[in-house]
Design a protein. Structure first.
Length: 255
């Protein structure tokens, strides 16, 4: 059996309940871990955050990212950079509100042993996995598989990332115009060979700490005005068509 990788746990200092829970879980599982101090942008003025490409965001999405979404992006960037700086072969990156189900270790070991030359494996919630067209790329045994998704699914709570994958991702983490989970799915751009585990082996906890992103991320209303609002439907259509082409290209024609 291959050695299990270190776990980088993204966690805010002021969410002690979350941190304590996941620390207890990881110690019971016998996994080596290190906390990555999350970057808190919940109360920040988003237009003043370095690396946030606000013009691009408003042009194609019609509303700003939330401060919590940007903080989540920056926190994942910090974890990816740490993987590279420490020259880790791979690392498991977890957000601190993820619960690892009973089969998680068995599936992780199967992923580490399998022959599919992955660069990122995403452990996603069941709802995300059932929603999208998929194809099996590797049988992990015991009813589990690695699958390729024809989508850019949300959810960045748990992922296994190799050094090669981190290096490919790094240039695309320098500017921010979309949530990190969406960027992870942009395989046709960053060329990271990513897969998802099916069925799900993680869930999100009933969070004892207030969401660090916020439910308003699900709102669809526009905040742009004037000429940007007039041009938005055209810009959005072009963006969606290009994204659809990228998804199909990655799913059918790329590794």
């Amino acid at each position: 059996m291959k050695k299990r990788p270190i776990v980088f746990v993204i966690s805010l200092k002021d969410c002690a309940a979350r941190r304590d829970l996941i620390q207890q879980r990881l110690e019971v599982l016998g996994l080596e871990y290190a906390f990555v101090e999350a970057i808190d942008c919940r109360k920040a003025e988003v237009e003043s955050i370095p690396d946030y490409e606000r013009k691009k965001r408003l042009k194609y999405y019609g509303r700003d990212l939330l401060g919590g979404e940007i903080g989540c992006f920056l926190s994942h960037r910090k974890a990816v950079n740490q993987l590279i700086e420490e020259k880790r072969d791979q690392a498991l990156i977890l957000e601190d509100d993820v619960i690892l189900l009973d089969d998680f270790l068995m599936v992780l070991d199967a992923v580490l042993e399998q022959a599919d030359d992955y660069e990122m494996v995403r452990f996603m919630k069941a709802g995300k996995l059932h929603k999208y067209h998929q194809k099996k790329t590797c049988d992990l045994g015991n009813g589990y598989s690695l699958v390729k998704l024809a989508a850019t699914p949300g959810g960045a709570g748990a992922l296994l990332l190799t050094y090669a994958g981190a290096v490919k991702l790094q240039p695309y983490l320098q500017s921010i115009d979309k949530p990190i989970d969406v960027l992870y799915g942009y395989g046709w751009k960053h060329k990271v060979k990513w897969r998802a585990v099916y069925p799900a082996v993680v869930v999100q906890s009933d969070d004892p700490c207030e969401s660090t992103i916020g439910d308003s991320r699900f709102e669809k209303g526009l905040t742009v005005t004037g000429i940007l609002k007039f041009l938005y439907p055209f810009n959005r259509l072009i963006h969606r068509l290009l994204e659809m082409y990228g998804k199909k290209k990655y799913f059918y024609f790329e590794e």
